[in-house]
Design a protein around this ligand. Structure first.
Ligand code: ATP
Ligand code: MG
Length: 401
């Protein structure tokens, strides 16, 4: 009997003239998630998204499972319900509500709490929402072989939802909560600095959830880091791309620069020098590929390179917006998000990270900018080395990651 899905959004609804752009982007993402389901299509009516089969038939169990799985990964979608779509006529709604109530009210159980929630966006419909609720409950109660039930407006076990729109009406029982936020693609693309850790995948996801699709840049130090380092990042990027339509992964070898730092600079500054180089190389890549900002998984105070002073010094290495979506987050909350989006198990295996190559035993926690700049001036051909490293990166488009 479920021949339609009705999708709801929240934040988009507050938009003014550009609302249509957000709605179209949301629809693009939904169609992308459903791309392998032949005969299933998606569209929009004012304020809602709908999904149905072109032939009007009910979804198969397989299609329902695939739709539910796809909608789990659509940023910008607030909730959805599988529903029965019927003409927006009182008689059809009454018939449909009775049929659905019969299915829902367990024949083994008397006295179940029940309620109807009606919503009327078509103000021409003859009954107001509340009057329609009363009318439908009366019709259901009058059915000869209907189980008895009691009405509970606050805590009903079963809720029957009715929505009347200009074009059609829908009846549904459950609403499934989704990611929310804004549809990915409604903001410009950002370049996310992706390590194999827990934080940067969560940061990437949060950027997508605010509408910015992500490309990724990941630094390794082959041959000082093993192939597993990049294999792990590829798995994470592949998984993250399931939340968006496309995202390129750039793999950059930082080893040549790290050797220069090892041979020319004071040991305690190594980490911060790596970090500034990573930012600068990322900025070069972002400008070259049309990304408008950088994103990192930095959280204030987490490690030596993320003290406020060091973040400031790292920040000053580039002239580009750096977004840090988890800067104020508790690590346990970040872990909870990583688990929810499925990156936690991919981040869990311990593999060597680029930053740990020639890592100092005691890194500077408050490196003064002048001293850091002085260290950089000791590296022969500093800018040219970074340019060269950036130009030698390996770029993997979505389907090659
Ligand atoms: P994560 O769990 O994301 O690795 P972290 O808590 O381990 O973060 P750091 O290792 O200090 O923290 O890294 C801070 C941020 O710098 C990361 O979130 C990521 O955005 C970026 N970063 C660190 N190492 C790399 C790398 N090898 N390649 C790309 N970005 C990196
Ligand atoms: Mg890390």
């Amino acid at each position: 009997m479920y021949n339609c899905v009705i999708g709801r959004y929240h934040e988009i609804a507050t938009k003014g003239n550009n609302r249509i752009m957000f709605e179209r982007t949301l629809l693009d993402n939904i169609r992308h998630q459903l791309r392998n389901l032949e005969g299933v299509r998606a569209g929009r009516v004012r304020g809602r998204i709908w999904i149905d089969r072109a032939d009007g038939n009910a979804f198969t169990d397989c299609e329902r499972a695939a739709i539910a799985d796809g909608l789990k990964r659509v940023c910008g979608l607030c909730s959805y319900s599988f529903c029965a779509r019927i003409p927006a006529k009182l008689e059809d709604i009454e018939k449909g509500a009775v049929r659905l109530a019969k299915m829902l009210l367990d024949p083994e159980e008397d006295g179940v709490t029940f309620r109807i929630r009606a919503r009327r966006s078509d103000k021409r419909f003859p009954l107001r929402s509340h009057d329609l609720e009363i009318d439908l409950v009366t019709k259901i109660a009058e059915e000869p072989d209907m189980r008895s039930f009691s009405i509970d407006l606050d805590n009903a076990k079963i809720t029957l939802g009715v929505e009347i729109r200009d074009e059609f009406a829908v009846l549904y029982t459950d609403s499934v909560k989704c990611i929310g936020g804004l549809p990915t693609g409604s903001n410009p693309r950002v370049l996310s600095l992706l390590s194999g850790g827990i934080d940067s995948p969560v940061a990437s996801f949060l950027m997508m959830k605010r509408g910015a699709p992500c490309d990724y840049v990941s630094f390794h130090s082959a041959p000082y880091t093993p192939p597993e380092t990049t294999e792990k990042v590829r798995r994470i990027a592949r998984h993250l791309n399931r939340f968006q339509m496309s995202g390129t992964l750039h793999l950059v070898n930082l080893a040549e620069f790290q050797k220069l730092v090892r041979d020319n600079c004071e040991e305690r500054f190594r980490t911060i020098l790596y970090r500034r180089a990573m930012m600068r190389i990322s900025e070069i890549i972002a400008r070259r590929t049309g990304c408008r900002a950088l994103a990192t998984g930095e959280a204030l105070g987490q490690v030596a390179s993320q003290t406020l002073i060091n973040l400031d010094v790292i920040n000053r290495s580039v002239d580009m917006l750096i977004l840090r979506p988890i800067i104020g987050e508790d690590k346990l909350d970040t872990i909870a998000t990583a688990e929810k989006i499925g990156t936690m198990e991919l981040s869990a295996p311990q593999v060597p990270d680029s930053c740990t190559v020639f890592a100092p035993t005691s890194p500077a926690t408050a490196a003064p900018l002048v001293q850091v700049e002085r260290q950089e001036s000791l590296i022969p051909g500093y800018s040219a080395v970074l340019e060269k490293i950036a130009s030698e990166m390996e770029s993997l488009p979505t389907d090659e990651i």
